[in-house]
Design a protein around this ligand. Structure first.
Ligand SMILES: *Cc1c(COP(=O)(O)O)cnc(C)c1O
Length: 395
């Protein structure tokens, strides 16, 4: 890795990278020194099929020879069929495509503006959760509480009210005549793998219908089969009005989308919103391929059962290292180890020993293997975790 050149030519918005990754296959990554890693980060919940899944690769190769991009001036058959497929998995409604999670949340925020501007007092306040994460664009950032992301970018967009996650009465008490929407994640990814309780999500839905608020769900990280449901909120049986998706949707090719229920899908009218790339033939082909593999390889069920096995292994580790592990969080293959030390210590140790994992807020180590992960790979990861935890010295 040419770190001096990296730093000479790339803007320093990321921490200096520890290594250079050049190849991936299945659950494995290789660095430029030829060292192999088990990838339990999946590019932050993106490469849910593992790296270079043959079905995904074949379809992308074929589509790139056929048509990559033509813009939304035209109907794109892959976009129409992908929208139909998503609607069948989520519920009656419509889809708008974009390129990333932040963009999908921007579209939800703009939807809430369209909704609010139809109301008598032009409501515009959005209730969002403490410790949430919705992206780095100014709107999505304004909806994100953590000072770590906000610092230096003020003034941010006004009108976002932070309420305690999983605290229904805090949300209820924060509703006033200006409130127009509630936006939450079903499991907080960056925030440290806190899962919304079913009662919390169902309670938010009730509040929304009572006060004519839009119930907006950010499924960018928890979505696309990762938690053992197609979307994380589906476990609770709640019904949001609109949903943001991205990350796992393209399996590594950038694509984002929002689903909006029938009633609110008419709020966007011709010319009111748009993107040059969103839903390109190539991006939609990538997403189709992800959905194909989810269906053909039963990845929703796989995430659930593999996740249960993995979680038991992690609980055994927690029993073995009670001073170091405080709790096991998350579900499916979106799991977190609550630590009582800075997770970056462990991330570095694991990497040395061939396991890629990623930190999250509140001293959490995030484990996001591909949904195609094999049992023996989970066992290997648990062994690397065990020796890593044994090596960490707390003072
Ligand atoms: C990653 C993430 C985003 C932002 O997605 P980008 O594609 O990085 O813009 C938004 N919401 C959640 C919950 C995320 O995890």
């Amino acid at each position: 890795m040419d770190l001096p050149k990296h730093q000479e030519f790339l803007i320093g918005n990321y921490a200096p990278p520890p290594l250079e990754i050049v190849r991936g296959k299945g659950s494995n990554l290789w660095d430029s020194q030829g060292k192999e890693y088990l990838d339990f980060a999946s590019g932050i919940a993106v490469t849910n099929l593992g790296h270079s899944h043959p079905h995904w690769v074949k379809n992308i190769q074929q589509q790139s020879a056929e048509l990559v991009h033509c813009s939304n001036l035209f109907s794109i058959p892959e976009q129409v069929s992908l929208a139909e497929r998503l609607v069948k998995k989520i519920g009656p409604g419509k889809i708008l495509f974009c390129n990333s999670g932040a963009e999908a949340n921007e579209a939800l925020i703009k939807l809430s503006r369209l909704h609010g501007n139809q109301t008598k007092n032009k409501r515009s306040k959005v209730l969002v959760a403490t410790n949430g994460f919705h992206g780095r664009t100014l709107g999505a950032l304004s909806a994100t509480e953590s000072i770590k992301y906000r610092q230096g970018f003020e003034p941010l967009l006004p009108g976002f009210v932070f309420c305690r996650y999983n605290d229904l009465s805090d949300f209820e008490q924060s509703i006033d005549g200006q409130t127009v929407a509630i936006l939450v994640e079903s499991i907080q990814g960056e925030g440290g793998l806190e899962a919304a309780s079913d009662e919390f999500l169902l309670g938010l839905e009730t509040l929304c219908s009572k006060h004519n608020l839009l119930f907006l769900m950010d499924e960018v990280q928890a979505g696309i089969a990762r938690t053992g449901e197609f979307l994380g909120y589906q476990k609770s049986g709640t019904r949001p009005h609109a949903i943001a998706m991205a990350k796992g949707l393209g399996g590594g090719f950038p694509i984002g989308a929002i689903w909006v229920d029938q009633q609110h899908s008419q709020l966007f009218t011709p010319g009111s919103h748009g993107t040059t790339y969103g839903g390109s033939p190539l991006a939609c082909t990538a997403a189709h391929s992800v959905l194909d593999v989810i269906e053909n390889e039963n990845l929703i069920e796989q995430a659930k059962t593999k996740g249960e096995g993995f979680k038991i292994g992690l609980q055994n580790l927690a029993a073995q290292f009670p001073q170091k592990i405080t709790e096991i969080k998350g579900r499916g293959l979106m799991l977190g180890l609550g630590l009582n030390f800075d997770p970056s210590l462990l991330v570095a140790n694991l990497r040395e020993n061939g396991l890629i994992a990623v930190g999250a807020a509140r001293n959490t180590l995030r484990l996001l293997p591909p949904l195609t992960v094999k049992d023996d790979e989970i066992l290997r990861a648990l062994n690397i975790l065990r020796s890593g935890l044994a090596q960490i010295k707390l003072d």
